[in-house]
Write a protein that binds this ligand. Structure first.
Ligand code: TYM
Length: 335
């Protein structure tokens, strides 16, 4: 067994491409941490069915998400990279956790409140309500110490910690208590057209979302038409200049330059010049990832083989935890 701390994280295959918020909020951290951690990265397809999905699209998006993890730099030989539904222990543990989660506690999850408000009461399902306990199961099955995510997942990781503590005190020490790892500066990337809303795979307007698999010309166009204020001064001020501040964050992460040095470089030279340079940086980052993703997708059988092998590795760990849980809560062993 590895002596490195265990890390777990995941992304939903809910679109045919990741968006750059997923990359900057989650994958950049994953890449940084994968060498120093026993890292497990999941494609959480069972979470993606908590809103309506098309079966053919879901299957395709699951492969595409896996290919993007690898193309972006996750190494499936060093880390474990697998599809959630390939390891049945996830929904099994989620069921157990449902039985120790308060109805009121689950009702307070802001992501549930937002998503159910958007969908309307009639299409809000029990599955969407139980999304956070499935996420807790993902993390707790692997005894993960560290969970690198964007800011919108903080509350779910808090719930996971509460559930782990509750289970441990009721049934004896079983789960490690995980810690969210959220990079303050990049925890929230905003929509390019609506820079006060989070960039999201389910955004209403295409122009505000930069997809990893967009053609380079499309990416450049979206960056150049991002909404900014009128004063033309490249300065980081999220309160009164949310648009340009968001672009500065993106630039800073992708180019590895501090915001202060970007302000010094671009300051009063106008937005046009800054956006052109940023478009180059974004395209230079994502064009190779896009190309590699398309190469990987050209051989789906090989991709499926890698995912199957990784799922076996994941299942070994997950099944051990699940067996302990079943035993602790008093389920009868099958003879
Ligand atoms: P998902 O697919 O909605 O988001 C995946 C990751 O991307 C981050 N993210 C962002 N970060 C910064 N700015 C944005 N605009 C932005 N949009 C998305 C999210 O915070 C997340 O880290 N529920 C999880 C998936 C999940 C999971 C888990 C994560 C299921 N089980 C266990 C960690 C551990 C989610 O939000 O997926």
């Amino acid at each position: 067994m590895s002596s490195k701390p265990r890390l777990f994280s995941g992304i939903q295959p809910s679109a045919n491409s990741l968006q750059i918020g997923n990359y900057i909020g989650a994958i950049v951290q994953w890449k940084e941490l994968q060498a120093s951690h026993d890292a497990i990265f999941c494609i959480v397809d069972l979470h993606a069915i908590t809103v309506q999905q098309d079966p053919t699209q879901l299957r395709e998006n699951t492969r595409r998400t896996a290919a993007q993890y690898i193309a972006a730099g996750i190494d499936p030989a060093a880390s474990t990279l697998f599809v959630q539904s390939h390891v049945p222990a996830h929904p099994e543990l989620a069921w157990i956790l449902n039985t120790i989660t308060g109805f009121g506690e689950a009702s307070r999850m802001t992501q549930f409140k937002d998503k159910s408000a958007r969908q309307g009461a009639d299409s809000t399902t029990v599955g969407l309500f139980a999304y956070p306990t499935l996420m807790a199961a993902d993390i707790l099955l692997y005894q993960a110490a560290v969970v690198p995510v964007g800011d919108d997942q903080r509350q779910h990781v808090e719930l996971t910690r509460d559930l782990a503590g509750r289970f441990n005190s009721r049934f004896g020490d079983t789960f490690a208590i995980p810690e969210a790892r959220i990079q303050r500066e990049t925890a929230r990337i905003y929509d390019l057209q609506e820079p006060t809303s989070k960039m999201s795979k389910s955004a209403s307007s295409e122009a505000g979302v930069v997809w990893l698999l967009d053609e380079p010309t499309v990416t450049a166009k979206k960056i150049k038409s991002a909404v900014t204020d009128a004063d033309n001064d490249v300065r980081f001020d999220p309160e009164s200049k949310p648009g340009i501040s968001n672009l500065l964050t993106i630039y800073s992460v992708l180019a590895g330059e501090s915001i202060a040095s970007l302000e010094a470089e671009f300051g009063s030279r106008g937005y046009g010049n800054f956006k052109t340079k940023l478009a180059d940086v974004v395209v230079a980052t994502f064009a190779p990832i896009r190309e590699r993703t398309l190469e990987l997708l050209a051989d789906p059988a090989e991709l499926d083989r890698v995912l199957a092998g990784n799922a076996d590795r994941a299942a070994e760990i997950a099944n051990r935890t699940l067996a302990t849980v079943y035993d602790r809560i008093g389920l009868l062993h099958k003879a």
